[in-house]
Design a protein around this ligand. Structure first.
Ligand code: PMP
Length: 329
């Protein structure tokens, strides 16, 4: 069953980053999950919870609003358990992720934005209205479902604690719904209260502002398009109590770091993973790591689903070979 393959992902030491930032950097590689992202974890918890609480009957439709990864996790798990999946994705979703969703058997709809439940054209509003107007459909609603945080509290946090043998000093992850940082962050803080839990978001996203001031900024319109992270509303899955600080990076430096890291290491990071590296680069002085720190970076997915957005600049396909020959008999 697919369940057995979710979680227990590797944590690897990264020589290149450790040398560059004079500390010990480890990477939690979430692309080893079946849907090749961290979001399989909350997808499994949300689906199992809905089934256990009889919120959906066999053969029903799981509905989700997603930048792609949660949708893929929901679809793969739902299908395996005899359910269907209807996924509302924003038009900013990479073509690779859309192809993966279709291949997995999701029924997808592409929406204008993911601006939250108050916006008629958003993935969340449309997912909510679909679920409320179709019988036996259940909106898993990752932005407000407590199982999202719980999945990371029960699995991601404990795995990292065990893998670092309790020596982790910093946990750094991108913030989208907030589930990862809130769930893993809470578990890790309970083990070591002085651990640093840092989030990364794109320029213009409002979670960092909210964390510092506990108010919304006046302007909540646009944020840099780094797929999977950044919000212009405060999701219920974001629990500010376990986050120490949120750093902002821009899309341009993220793309640059993704390509730089790829040439240096041969590893293609996902978009939001590259944002974490970009944050190290920009804020290394402020972060002030020491030689003995144990820093864990959370990489939610892999770069192969962002070739068209992140890595396509130097790809020039050869023209088809000239195969026609003219024989004169
Ligand atoms: N990176 C990627 C690629 C994602 O798909 C997501 C989920 N939207 C995140 C980061 C953010 O994770 P979370 O929703 O747990 O904050």
């Amino acid at each position: 069953m697919i369940r057995e393959f979710i979680g227990n992902t590797p944590l690897r030491h990264c020589d290149a980053l450790s040398t560059r930032y004079h500390t010990n950097i480890f990477i939690k590689e979430e692309f080893h999950n079946p849907g090749m992202s961290a979001k399989d974890r909350p997808a499994l918890f949300m689906i199992e919870d809905a089934i256990a609480k009889k919120k959906i009957k066999p053969g029903g439709i799981f509905v989700e609003a997603s930048s792609g990864n949660t949708g893929l996790g929901i679809t793969l798990i739902a299908k395996k358990l005899g359910y269907r999946a209807k996924i509302f994705v924003s038009q900013s979703c990479s073509t690779e992720k859309i192809d993966l969703l279709i291949k997995a058997g999701a029924d997808i709809e592409i929406c204008e934005n993911s601006n939250g439940l108050h916006d008629f054209n958003s993935t969340q509003f449309r997912a909510q209205s679909f679920a409320s107007t179709h019988p036996n459909a259940y909106f898993t609603n990752q932005y407000y479902n407590t199982q999202n945080i719980r999945a990371h509290y029960k699995t991601t946090g404990p795995e990292i604690w065990k893998q670092t043998e309790g020596s982790i000093t910093h946990f750094i992850a991108g913030v989208g719904t907030g589930g990862t940082i809130s769930g893993a962050g809470r578990f890790l803080k309970e083990q070591r209260p002085n651990i640093k839990i840092w989030g990364i978001e794109p320029n213009g996203s409002i979670l960092g502002h909210f964390l510092k001031q506990r108010t919304l900024p006046n302007d909540t319109t646009a944020f840099d398009p780094i797929e999977g992270i950044g919000r212009n509303f405060i999701p219920g899955s974001f629990d500010a109590a376990y986050v120490d600080h949120i750093f902002q990076v821009n899309c341009h430096e993220t793309k640059r770091m993704a390509n730089e890291y790829y040439s240096q290491t041969g590893i293609m990071t996902g978009f939001s993973s590259a944002a974490v590296i970009a944050a190290l680069d920009r804020y290394a002085d402020k972060m002030g790591f020491s030689k003995t720190d144990i820093v864990v970076l959370f990489f939610p997915d892999h770069g192969d689903r962002y070739i068209s957005k992140l890595y396509n600049e130097h790809i020039h396909r050869p023209t088809p070979l000239q195969t026609s020959r003219h024989f004169n008999f």
